[in-house]
Design a protein around this ligand. Structure first.
Ligand code: SF4
Length: 76
C-alpha cells in the first residue's frame, strides 16, 4: 500500500510530509515555528519562511517524515 504523503508547495519547492512515520519530536516546530505549527490546520505553511530556511529545517527531521521536492523533480 502506498504511504500517505501530504504536500505543501510554495511554488519553488514542495514540502512532503509522511504522517505515518512522523515521530512528533517537535524538532521542526521548535526550529521553524512560522512554517511548522501543529496547532494550525493545515499545520505546514510553506509561505511562512524562505525556501532556504525550509530546506535547512527539513534536513533536521530525524524520522525522514519530511522531505523536499524541487520544482524540476516534481514535473518529471
Ligand atoms: S521533525 Fe520530523 S518527525 Fe519531528 S515532528 Fe517534525 S516532521 Fe515529525
Amino acid at each position: 500500500m502506498a504511504q500517505e504523503t501530504i504536500k505543501y508547495t510554495n511554488g519553488e519547492i514542495t514540502i512532503v510530509w509522511r504522517p505515518s512515520i512522523c515521530q512528533h519530536t517537535g524538532i521542526c516546530f521548535k526550529g521553524l515555528a512560522p512554517v511548522f505549527d501543529p496547532r494550525r490546520r493545515p499545520w505546514i505553511d510553506p509561505l511562512a519562511a524562505s525556501t532556504e530556511a525550509i530546506l535547512e529545517q527539513v534536513k533536521k527531521c530525524p524520522s525522514g517524515a519530511l522531505s523536499i521536492l524541487k520544482k524540476e523533480e516534481e514535473n518529471k
